[in-house]
Design a protein around this ligand. Structure first.
Ligand SMILES: [Zn+2]
Length: 113
């Protein structure tokens, strides 16, 4: 069901998604920071495993562990950020904007019919 403007009853309503956009960026940043931690431990784990195969294996294992740790951290953070942002958009911000009269509103503030 599409939202309707409480002022002019237009159904031409757009979504701002400010929260999703900003929280997605914050989440990605947080994920990258978390990813660095994962990079360090991933590199250490990879190097330990690789060392069984010899010194060259330690280098390869360390690089592989670092890449995997960084990717996982970034993706996890971005997903968490977008999810959080969606909640903020839906519950807190006036996420909907009427394309006809420009009125911003959230679904919660819509008058009961
Ligand atoms: Zn309107």
């Amino acid at each position: 069901m599409s939202p309707q403007c409480p002022l002019c009853q237009s159904i031409r309503v757009g979504k701002n998604n400010y929260g999703k956009k900003s929280a997605g960026v914050v989440g990605t940043s947080a994920g990258i920071v978390g990813g660095f931690t994962a990079v360090t431990s991933g590199a250490r784990t990879g190097a330990s495993i690789g060392l069984i195969a010899g010194p060259a294996g330690g280098t390869v294992g360390g690089i592989g562990g670092a890449i995997i740790g960084g990717l996982l951290g970034g993706v996890t953070g971005a997903t968490a950020g977008v999810t959080l942002g969606r909640v903020i958009d839906d519950k807190i911000l006036d996420n909907y904007k009427c394309l006809d009269c420009g009125f911003s509103f959230s679904l919660d503030s819509e008058p009961e019919n």
